[in-house]
Design a protein around this ligand. Structure first.
Ligand SMILES: Cc1ncc(COP(=O)(O)OP(=O)(O)O)c(N)n1
Ligand SMILES: Cc1nc(C(=O)O)sc1CCOP(=O)(O)O
Ligand SMILES: [Mg+2]
Length: 521
């Protein structure tokens, strides 16, 4: 998120003195002014809760509040989140306004969606007031939510609907015993509010709460600064200076599965190693590469091809496995017998697994990408090592020819028979891609044991298909690296490429590339 240049507060936010406010609460006073008073009184966390404002107004208010926090020298210590509106928080962050995250309720955005949209740097707070809420929060993927908001401590006119109605049909406020039971169900810090006034703080501070949140105790006070200070001091008198932990930040993954592309470059970036790297990155893995040849290429064709020596190929493979060993490999264009042997030797020596071979033979532009005599080496050395090979229909025909089969893969039955003949001959699974057929984009996975699975795809009427084979095979490899089954890896890779084609990107004068970062637009 390059427009949001601030350090994440996920490992430092302070829930102890949490002030929630919006234009409905401040008795006609400017919200940012009340924030300034609350900061003077010691507020450690601010939430903008503007229930009747649109995104534009929320973002404008957020800009004013963020400016006040900055002006008070507290941008690094006081976290600022927006209630409910992930869209507004996203918009503000894109504008470079220091909004640290969101607070969402059980009826608002899905927390996983909020995390996906806002990214790993943002704070995501979630309301959770029943044992079921707690269990659902705990069942979320690690690091999704940073803290929980529970309540109400008392019924409150600020949010009359916040009261919990139990299975007994009776309205329940939160007390220390109930909070204790909820606290036992989570590792996340819990901030407690709802009708909280200064007189409640000693009891709250003696409970399992990690902090208090208030609206009216501060916003309706004639002197919001003094009101905040009273709350802060009362908490401090019981708890001293101890602060809660930040378990979600500690759970943030600091590693990624790696996937390796062994292929050749395409200077136009639409195919080969460049596009494999884009695809792998978009599919959530760390991309590595071994370059076998360099092509001078664009959407119109290939004007030059220069191979690397077998030694250079093996050295690259060894370097990759010696340090960041990939969990899956995609093999693309390797033009010569020597290159293919080097790839096979290198992968064998390093005990590579999860190998997806895209038997690249001819580019979308019509250019030949492998020497005729190398096809036999490709099939005899690389196919037996492969988990999956991904021929399109023309490549399937060439492969059938090499094994002396007369099967014609012109219809679905023919594709299944062709896949089976190839799978049984080489002992690997085969994804016969129907994209070069006329009517649809249906592919069939055929395993050497004869089992088959169809993947029905939406055919996108997009003339720009440069790099489709590279994209699909590297997306499958990325998904295998993440631990997906072969079937899931293929299904998800097809979803990814469909989204990329749907963007209808127009680049170049030939059959152009498509949008590999479509999900981030
Ligand atoms: C810190 C904190 N805790 C709870 C809430 C309530 O959120 P929600 O249940 O989504 O209700 P609304 O505030 O959206 O009416 C909160 N805002 N902040
Ligand atoms: C926003 C909110 N959420 C609650 C919950 O129980 O989830 S109570 C509440 C309102 C708190 O306002 P006041 O401090 O004025 O009572
Ligand atoms: Mg809400």
């Amino acid at each position: 998120m390059e427009m949001f240049p601030y350090a994440s507060m996920r490992d430092s936010f302070d829930l102890r003195s949490y002030v929630v406010l919006g234009p409905d609460d401040t008795k006609g006073r400017d919200v940012a002014d009340v924030v300034r008073y609350a900061l003077h009184g010691g507020a450690s966390f601010i939430q903008l809760r503007a229930k009747h404002a649109d995104v534009r107004d929320i973002v404008a208010m957020a800009a004013d509040i963020a400016a006040v926090i900055e002006d008070e020298g507290k941008a690094d210590t006081v976290a600022f989140v927006i209630d409910d509106r992930v869209d507004a928080a996203l918009e503000a962050r894109h504008k470079g306004i220091k909004v640290d995250g969101v607070h969402i309720g059980q009826d608002d955005n899905d927390p996983q969606e909020a995390r996906r949209l806002l990214g790993r740097d943002a704070i995501v707070g979630l309301s959770a007031k029943t044992p079921d809420d707690m269990r659902r929060a705990e069942a979320l993927p690690q690091g999704t939510v940073d803290y929980l908001g529970a309540g109400p401590w008392h019924e409150t006119s600020t949010k009359p609907d916040c009261i919990v109605v139990g299975d007994d049909g009776v309205k329940h406020t939160l007390d220390a015993a109930t909070l204790h039971a909820l606290h036992a169900l989570t590792t996340l810090p819990i901030v407690v509010g709802g009708g909280v006034k200064a007189a409640d703080i000693p009891d709250l501070a003696a409970s399992d709460a990690d902090g208090w949140f208030v609206v009216s105790a501060v916003t309706a006070a004639d002197d919001p600064e003094a009101a905040t200070r009273e709350l802060v001091d009362a908490w401090q008198a019981v708890r001293g200076d101890t602060m809660h932990d930040h378990p979600a930040a500690a759970l943030l993954p600091t590693t990624l599965p790696a996937a390796l592309s062994i292929a050749s470059t395409d200077s136009s970036g639409g195919a080969g190693v460049p596009v494999d790297i884009k695809t792998m990155m978009a599919n959530g893995v760390f991309a590595e590469c071994v370059i076998c040849a360099i092509t001078a290429q664009n959407t119109k064709g290939v004007t030059h091809l220069e191979e690397l020596s077998p030694q250079a190929i093996v050295k690259q493979i060894d370097a990759v496995y010696d340090d960041i060993a990939p969990a899956a490999v995609k093999i693309g264009m390797v033009p010569s017998i020597e290159g293919i042997n080097a790839v096979a030797d290198g992968l064998q020596a390093n005990k590579a697994t999860n190998i997806v071979v895209d038997p690249v033979m001819v580019a979308t532009s019509g250019a030949k990408l492998i020497n005729d005599d190398a096809i036999a080496t490709l099939t005899s050395r690389l196919f037996p090592m492969a988990t999956l090979i991904t021929p399109n229909l023309p490549e399937t025909r060439v492969l059938l020819e090499t094994i002396g089969s007369s099967i014609d893969p012109q219809d679905e039955d023919g594709m299944e028979q062709a896949g089976l003949a190839i799978a049984q001959h080489f002992g690997c699974s085969v994804l016969v891609k129907g994209g070069h057929g006329l009517a649809d984009a249906n592919d069939v996975l055929v395993n050497a044991d004869g089992t088959t699975q169809w993947f029905r795809g939406e055919r996108i009427n997009n003339p720009n298909t440069h790099g489709t084979g590279c994209t699909l095979s590297s997306a499958i490899a990325a998904n295998l690296a993440k631990g997906q089954t072969l079937v899931d890896a293929i299904a998800n890779a097809k979803r990814y490429i469909t989204g990329a084609l749907r963007q209808m990107l127009e680049l170049g004068t030939g059959s152009g590339p498509f949008d590999h970062a479509w999900m981030w637009r």
